[in-house]
Structures are given as C-alpha cells and as structure tokens.
Design a protein around this ligand. Structure first.
Ligand SMILES: C[S@@+](CC[C@H](N)C(=O)[O-])C[C@H]1O[C@@H](n2cnc3c(N)ncnc32)[C@H](O)[C@@H]1O
Length: 448
C-alpha cells in the first residue's frame, strides 16, 4: 500500500521505533523491514538517512545501550517493557553517537513518541533515564577490562557473550580483527548487469548522478559505491545493476557457468547468484533455481524480470530430497547452503542478537544432506561449488572434507581471486576484514 500524500508522513524516529520493534521483538530482517517502511513512507533524503542510521545504529550497539540503561534504571532490564527499552535505546543512541542532534531534541522527540504509545508512568521513566544520562554520562564509562573481561569484550565489540567467546575459541589469532570488522559500516557494492550495460558505462552514468564509485581489481563486474548511494536506486529499478556484497559474488564467479550450460542452483532465493550466473551465461542456456519456500520463488522471478533474464526456471523444492530424474544432468551445480550466517554480522547486525549458540548444531546435518544430493546432479566432468556466508569450520571445511571422503568421484580444484587470495585444498575462507566485505566460504569440486 502506498501512503496517501494527504496525510503527513510519520517522523524518521517514529518509524525507526516501529522497525526496531519488529526486528528485535518479532525477529524480522532489518534490510527487508527498512525496504518495506521506505516503500510505504517515502521519506525525503535526510529523514530516510536518519531512519537507516537509527535502526542500524541501535542494532549494532544494542547490548551497550542496554547496559547503559541498566546503570541508570532503578528497575532491572527484565522488568522494563520491550517497547520502553527500544525507545530508550533510540534516545540514548542519539545522545551517545549523533552529535549533530541537540540533546534536548533527542530527549523531547523520544518522549513525544512515548506519549503516543505508552502510559504516563513509562513516559516519566523514559524522560528520567534519558535526562539521567545527560547528567551522569561521565560516570558511565566502561569498567576496566580486568574486572570482567568477557562482559567488557561483549560490550566493547557489541556481540553477545557466547559469540565473543566463540570467536575467541574458534579463530583465536583473527578474533579481534573479525570482531572489529563486524563493527564497521559496510560499503555498498553492486554487480553490473552486463546484459544491459558494462562497468565503464555504468560508472560514467553514476558519476553524472553524483555517485562516486570505485572499481574492484579482482572482479570486472563489481563496483563499490563510495558516495551518493541514495541516487543509485532508480538505476537498480531499471535493472542496470544489482546490490550484492563483494564476497557473495565469488561463488558464482568460481563456478563460472558459460553460454549454453545447464546449471542447477539448489538454494536460490532471492536469486542474487542465480541472476549473476544468468548474466555470465549471456542469458543463454538453462538455470533451474530451487528453494524450499514457495513465497521466496517470486523474489527470484521478480529479480530475473527486472534484470532482463529469461533462462531461469524457478520452483519450490526441498533440495534435501533427491530427484533421480535429474541425476547427472547438470554441467554446473551451485549449493549456496542455508547456514548460521555468522559471516554477515556487519550488514545484518540483527543476526548477532537473534542467533543462539544451540542453533549452530542444526546446520551441519542439513548441509550434509544437501551436499550429498548435489553430488548426484553433477555430470561427469561437471563442477560443484559449495558456499556459505558463515565462518564456522563445522559448516565449512569439515563438511567439504567429509564430503570428499564419502564421494571419491569428486576432487577439489584450486582457484584464486586475482592476486588477492588463493584457495587451499579447493577451499577458501574469506574473513570479513580481508575484502572489507562479508565473511564467506567457497569450495570448488570437480566430478571426475
Ligand atoms: C544462503 S540462502 C541462498 C541465497 C541465494 N543463493 C542468493 O544468492 O540469493 C539459503 C537459501 O536456502 C533455502 N533453503 C533452506 N533449506 C532448503 C532446502 N531444504 N531446500 C531448498 N532450499 C532451502 C532458504 O530458503 C534460503 O533462501
């Protein structure tokens, strides 16, 4: 539904509150929630930037903001209603991190929203906590690390304690750099749609619109948007380029489908890699694109339509159930498996608060089943690429090693990203600080 222009649009702060409530309490995805809000309420540039900053900012600093609240409140956090906690986080985020917003505006605007959604007692409480912060901010510095190293690290890096411990035990040497990278705001990367334009032409077109871009040395079809990204969306609507993180462009580039190939994408929605492969194939050949959830199939179809692609046949299917009629029929198979998503904490910050340690156990058996099916679909001499957007040996290296033990008809193939990075045993783990992009894992396997 498009919002009627007769009514004034809600403020960025009010919309940020609603979005954060949906994300933190109903476990909605931040990027989809924001897309939906901005479609329904077409805010002007500064308001839409404030909305995005507030939502992502609060999500990144959530546990630190809660800790500040716990220091200022006479009630324990458990006793504070979720909507009050979110409003307090919004007010505090502005007071702590947005120096361009006067403190009085941060407090008054938060209280104004509170009056509309909660009772007088809560409004008074919110007002008192925010004003308390202004009075006492000098006393609220983080304690010395030695007092409680784990809590300190969790507050410093903005991740739950279990996850900080997890990085430190699984990636000991790299843990600090990984944690630091997840606190950086990621740069927007786009994939040039070579069916409609090329990188130089698009870069020129973007420059004319005031969008500053940078080419990626190891990928001819990727651009990083350095400035003016808000002017990019009309070009995306025209299908000239597609927003995709740099790391996520690697699996399809490694599978490297050619014109006329028959390709299977087993876990395809929303179709970022499916459409990338179709562009590489010059829209010539066939791609079967499966996903478990019927409602996600339209995402693949819509993306293909916008990008001018006609060779994708998307359908709902459980890829963990073998389909013998298609065994040995594909030149190339991509298994971009469902995973714990621990590589994408910088551009999907909500994952760190939603994910629980026990969730990690559910992925390896599913990935094992999917890999075993994937093996059957590849032709002799064909290629299989297995990828995940997580950093977890149990979902990555261990899965591939076990697969190779059980499927001696496959052998790993080495690959590289220009001069940037080389695989080992046909596998590559990309740490988030290496390409200033998501953490990813890719394995390239040849069926002998
Ligand atoms: C990492 S995402 C895929 C992203 C996609 N390849 C892209 O680049 O846009 C994993 C996908 O696997 C799907 N999925 C989960 N279990 C599945 C199953 N058993 N069969 C098919 N798809 C499944 C999820 O719905 C999700 O869309």
């Amino acid at each position: 539904m498009i919002h009627s222009t007769a009514k004034p649009l809600p403020s960025a702060r009010k919309l940020a509150y609603q979005a954060l409530y949906d994300i933190l309490e109903k476990k909605a995805y931040a990027n989809l929630t924001l897309q939906h809000v901005l479609k329904e309420y077409p805010l002007n540039g500064p308001e839409s930037r404030l909305l995005t900053e507030l939502v992502y900012g609060v999500l990144r600093k959530y546990n630190y903001l809660l800790w500040i609240i716990s220091r200022l409140s006479t009630y324990s956090l458990k006793k504070i209603h979720p909507s009050v906690k979110i409003l307090l986080c919004l007010g505090l985020y502005q007071l702590l991190y947005l120096s361009r917003i006067p403190a009085s505006a941060a407090v008054n605007e938060t209280v104004k929203i509170a009056k509309k959604i909660t009772h007088k007692g809560n409004v008074g409480f919110i007002n008192a906590v925010l004003r308390g912060y202004i009075r006492k901010k000098k006393e609220l510095a983080l304690f010395p690390r030695n007092d409680n190293p784990l809590l300190y690290d969790s507050l410093y890096w903005n991740e739950p304690e279990w996850l900080v411990k997890w990085w430190q035990s699984h990636y000991s040497r790299e843990a600090a750099s990984i944690l630091e990278a997840f606190n950086e705001t990621p740069k927007l990367a786009v994939r040039v749609n070579t069916l409609k334009t090329n990188r130089d032409a698009l870069q020129k077109m973007m420059a004319e619109k005031g969008i500053k871009t940078e080419a990626v040395p190891w990928d001819n079809n990727a651009l990083i948007l350095l400035e003016g990204a808000h002017a990019f969306w009309p070009l995306a609507e025209e299908g000239l380029a597609y927003v995709q993180s740099l790391s996520s462009m690697i699996p399809a580039a490694i599978l490297s489908p050619k014109e006329g190939d028959r390709v299977l994408d087993m876990c395809a929605a929303p179709g970022s890699k499916t459409t990338q492969m179709a562009e590489m194939m010059k829209n010539n050949g066939t791609i079967d694109a499966w996903d478990l959830y019927p409602h996600k199939i339209s995402l693949i179809k819509n993306n293909a339509k916008k990008l001018g692609i006609s060779i994708i046949h998307a359908g709902a299917r459980d890829s963990g159930k073998p389909f013998p009629a298609l065994f040995g029929r594909y030149d190339k198979v991509l298994l971009d498996a469902p995973c714990s998503g621990l590589g994408v904490l910088s551009h999907k910050p909500e994952i760190r608060w939603h994910r629980k340690e026990e969730d990690l156990k559910e992925f390896p058996p599913l990935q094992e089943k999917l890999l075993s099916c994937a093996a059957s679909y590849v032709k002799e001499g064909g290629l299989l690429v297995y990828s995940t957007c997580t950093l977890n040996p149990a979902e990555n290296e261990d899965r591939v090693r076990q697969f190779l033990k059980e499927h001696q008809e496959f052998t790993p193939l080495e690959f590289s990203l220009g001069d940037q990075k080389k695989s080992a045993d046909g596998m590559m783990t990309i740490l988030p600080y290496e390409l200033q992009s998501d953490g990813f894992f890719i394995a390239k396997l040849l069926k002998k």
